[in-house]
Design a protein around this ligand. Sequence first.
Ligand code: ATP
Ligand code: MG
Length: 421
Amino acid sequence: MDYRYDHILIRYGELSLKGKNRNSFIKQLMVNVKKALKSFETLEFERQHDRMYIYLHDENAEQVSEVLKKVFGISSFSLAIKTKPDMDEIIQACLDSQDLDACKTFKVAARRSDKTFPIISDQMNRLVATAILKNSNWKVDVHNPDVKVVVEVHKDAAYIMTDRIEGAGGYPVGVGGKAMVLLSGGIDSPVASYLMMKRGTHIECIHYASPPYTSQNAQDKVMELAQQICGYQGDLLVHVVPFTNLQLAIYQHADESYAITLMRRMMMRIATGLAEKRHAQAIATGESIGQVASQTLESMQAINEVTCTPIIRPVVCMDKVEIIDLAKKIGTYETSILPYEDCCTIFTPKNPVTKPKIDRCKKYEDRFDFETMVNDCIENVESIWIHPKKEDKTETVYVNANADGSVDKITVSDWLKNHSS
Ligand code: ATP
Ligand code: MG
C-alpha cells in the first residue's frame, strides 16, 4: 500500500527539550538509525536540525518502518513523497500517493511552514480534496477518515505524507552512558533493560548460570530474550557468568534463609567487577518492591552494601500488571513465561529472610574465600554478541577484542567487518 512513498520523515522525540545537548543527541540518533538500518543498502540519510529524512530508493517502506519503530529518540515518523513547493506538483503527488481504486473516506491536512508560499492552508486543503474527489470514488470525512493526506510546504520542498506513525520515544541509546543489566529469564529484567535503553543508556547484560543445576534450555531462553530486546540498540553483549561454585559455597556456609541475600550480594560484586572492566557506570536489575519475599527495602539495603556502583531498578515501583503489559508490548512476555529454571528458582530456600541483617551476611561470608570465587567468575565469563538477525546468533568465533585482555565472542561477519577497515 505504501509503495508510492519515496521518503521517510523522522520527528525527534524528547530531544527538543534538551537545549545545548541537542546537537550531540541528533548526531547519536543519526548513528543509531544508520546502524539499525544497515542491511538496507540503498538508503540515503539527511539530517536537519528539526527533522531527519531517509530517501528510500529501492528499499521497502514497511520493512524500514518496522526497524525504525524500535529506535529510541524518535517521537514519530511518516512515509512521504518529496516534491517542489509547487501546487500542481503537490496535487499530482497527493494523487500518486494513494490507491484511488479502493473506496475510502479521507481528509486533507495541509500546512505552510513557509509563509511566503502564496496558497494558504485552507485553500490547499480544498484544491487537493477537489482533485482526489475528481479522480476517485472517495468521500470526505473530516472526523474519522480512513486516510489522512498530510501536506507540508517548506521553503525548498513540499512533503506529502501519511499520518504519524508512533516512534519508540525516549532518548537515543548512547547519550546516557552505559549500564550492566542483570538479565534473568523472568518477566521483569527484559522490561528493565528496555527502560534503561529508552533513557538513552547503552546496556550490556549479565546472566548468572549454574550448570548443571540450570539447563542449556534456560540459557537459550535468556539468549532469546536478549535477541528480542537487542533491536532497541542494534546489538547486545551478554556476559554469561559461571555461578555454580559460588552458589554451592553459599549453601555450604550460610543459613539457608540467607542464601538468596548472599547470592544477590555475590551477583552485585561480580556485576561491579564487570562494570569496571566494561567501563559501565551503573548496574540495573528487574527488582520491584514487595514482589517476592526477598525484594524488600531491607533486602535492597543489604544488596547495595557491597558496591559503590549505582544500582538502578527501573521497575521498582511498578505493579506486576504494568510490567506484564510492557513485556507484552516489547514482545518478551511469551518467552519469559516459558517454564525454565534459573539459578534463583532452583536454590530457593523455604523461608527466605525478608529483613536480612548486614552483620549476619558478613558473618556467613567470612566463612569462605568468596573474593577468589568472585574473581574467578569475572575472569571466566563467556561474552556473546547478540544481533537482531537470528542467523547470526550461533555463528561465533573467539577474538581477543578488549584492551584489558579479556576475550569476547563475536560473530564471524562482525569480526570480518571490524578487521577489514
Ligand atoms: P525477573 O522476572 O526479572 O526474573 P523476578 O521477579 O523473577 O525477576 P528475582 O528472580 O528475584 O525476581 O530476581 C530479581 C532480579 O535479579 C532480576 O530481575 C534480575 O535483574 C536479577 N537476577 C535474578 N536472577 C538472575 C540470573 N540468574 N541472572 C541474572 N540476573 C538475575
Ligand atoms: Mg527471576
